[in-house]
Ligand binder design. Structure first.
Ligand SMILES: Nc1ncnc2c1ncn2[C@@H]1O[C@H](COP(=O)(O)OP(=O)(O)OP(=O)(O)O)[C@@H](O)[C@H]1O
Ligand SMILES: [Mg+2]
Length: 461
């Protein structure tokens, strides 16, 4: 095992001891900063990070134990995401005061040395403390990196489904495999594509996005592959296509389902042979690019209907990521609402801090046909219109929308749902029975009197 060198803050009021210990530690390869009292030590600790704090207990003024308490307290209340971990603490004690040593260990000190001690004992103790510190640092670094990434990429979601999507992003980001992201409109397909690129080895290279649906069919080919001068009437100069621009990085082909069969074939060629021909060019160009395709259509069905090439589908579908609609992961509504309230309050400078629980409950039940985008727009509007610090249902039309046909409704909604089912069932039965009440009642297996009751109740003529 390689010996670890580290930084040590040595605190002792005895000059001679400080000098000799410092020399020994430096001789063992460590960087040593010393302080003659606890106040100075605190000051130094506020300025920089040390791996180990080696501290004497009995000192005039603030004792070693007091210093340890102070350090532990500041680290406990430290802002979340603070990466520099507390140093490992080793206490020295001149007397056989086991109590103070135990007290120090309870507070989190890793070891103690009883004076007088051998230099070798000191060196071994410090090395051990450094090994522990390395583990602690690695762990807190990994954790902070993880938090930062999830914040940074802005993918919010605690549902099982979204956790699965996030796990898959982490897994595939480092590969160069082609990815097909599917999901209804507004579910976050583009967000996921960006997260993948940002976590890939190619993150410094470009991420080029092409929205195939937004570009006229006739222009799409030259947009993707470029053209040479004179290739067509408007081609007054040679132009690079999006594939060439994305070389070395990632290309996001959004709304892939709208591509014409001719273009589908050309795309297939890029995926198979890693080369393409600009419009009007005589020679192919090669590219090294990771392809991420996204669509809200059911490509499998389109293949079955003969509207999408099956070869291309299988080439694209190497790694599928399906993002379920929001109504199938209602657990995500709450964290998303909080995320968007905070985002838009900050962006618009309004002091809105939260949402009324009743409004939140209603938002959970709404079916969100426009998915997360619709939710974000709704929250943004509510934040802007809000008169107080809390968003209320009044600011959100969907919180008062008609009953969604969904599970888990509160009692009022269940009652309204039942009425709706009753009314529809009776209408249907009457319809089937050609308006003859006796037959309608028989169809439903109820008496004519019961039918009359329902007709009155629902004011059906
Ligand atoms: N899980 C999420 N966490 C935070 N924001 C999200 C999430 N999902 C979507 N959004 C936000 O919702 C909006 C719509 O997302 P995005 O554009 O990625 O959806 P899309 O699936 O590509 O939609 P479309 O099919 O209409 O192109 C964006 O503003 C995005 O930041
Ligand atoms: Mg999109």
């Amino acid at each position: 095992m390689t010996r670890r060198r580290g930084s040590v803050l040595l605190v002792d009021d005895e000059d001679k001891l400080r000098k000799s210990l410092g020399r020994a530690l430096r001789g063992d390869g460590h960087e040593v900063v010393d302080a003659e009292d606890a106040r100075l030590a605190l000051h130094l600790l506020g300025e920089r990070v040390f791996d180990v704090l080696l501290v004497d207990n009995m000192m005039p003024g603030m004792t070693g134990l007091d210093l340890i308490r102070e350090i532990v307290a500041t680290h406990e209340t430290g802002a979340p995401g603070v990466v520099d971990p507390q140093p490992q603490i080793v206490m020295m004690t001149a007397y056989a005061t086991v109590e103070s040593a135990i007290e120090a260990m309870k507070l989190g000190a890793i070891d103690y040395l009883q004076k007088p001690f051998e230099i070798d004992e000191l060196l071994v103790t410090i090395r051990r403390a450094l090994d522990h510190q390395r583990l602690r640092t690695d762990y807190s670094y990994l954790r902070s990196e993880r938090d930062e990434q999830f914040d940074h990429y802005g993918i919010v979601g605690c549902s099982h489904a979204m956790q699965g999507v996030i796990a898959r992003i982490e897994l595939v980001a480092r590969t160069k495999s082609t990815i097909l992201i599917t999901g209804e409109t507004g579910t976050g397909k583009e967000l996921v594509a960006r997260a993948i690129h940002d976590r890939s080895a190619q993150r410094e290279m470009p991420l080029v996005k092409v929205n195939c649906a937004a570009i006229p069919e006739t222009v799409l080919e030259s947009e993707l592959f470029g053209h040479v001068r004179g290739a067509f009437t408007d081609a007054i100069a040679t132009k690079k296509g999006k594939f060439a621009l994305a070389d070395g990085g990632t290309i996001l082909l959004d709304e892939i389902g709208v591509m014409t069969p001719a273009l589908q074939s050309k795309l297939l060629r890029v995926l198979q042979e890693r080369e393409f021909e600009p419009v009007g060019a005589e020679r192919p160009e090669s590219v090294d690019v990771r392809v991420i395709a996204a669509t809200n259509r059911d490509l499998r069905q389109m293949v079955a209907d003969g509207r999408f090439q099956s070869d291309l589908f299988y080439r694209l579908n190497v790694i599928p990521i399906d993002i379920p609609p929001l109504r199938e992961r209602r657990d995500d509504v709450e964290p998303l609402v909080h995320h968007f309230v905070q985002k838009h309050a900050q962006r618009t400078g309004r002091s809105v801090t939260g949402i009324d629980p009743a409004a939140l409950a209603a938002l959970r039940l709404y079916d969100w046909p426009g998915n997360v985008r619709e939710l974000e727009n709704a929250v943004e509007r509510a934040v802007v219109l809000s008169t107080g610090p809390i968003v209320t249902a009044a600011a959100m039309p969907m919180a008062a929308a008609p009953i969604p046909r969904s599970i888990g409704l509160p009692s009022l909604m269940l009652r309204r749902n039942l009425e709706w089912v009753e009314r529809d069932t009776i209408r249907l039965a009457l319809d089937r029975a050609g308006g003859v009440r006796k037959d309608a009642a028989a169809l439903m297996g109820i008496s004519q009197r019961a039918l009359s009751h329902y007709l009155r109740k629902h004011a059906i003529d």
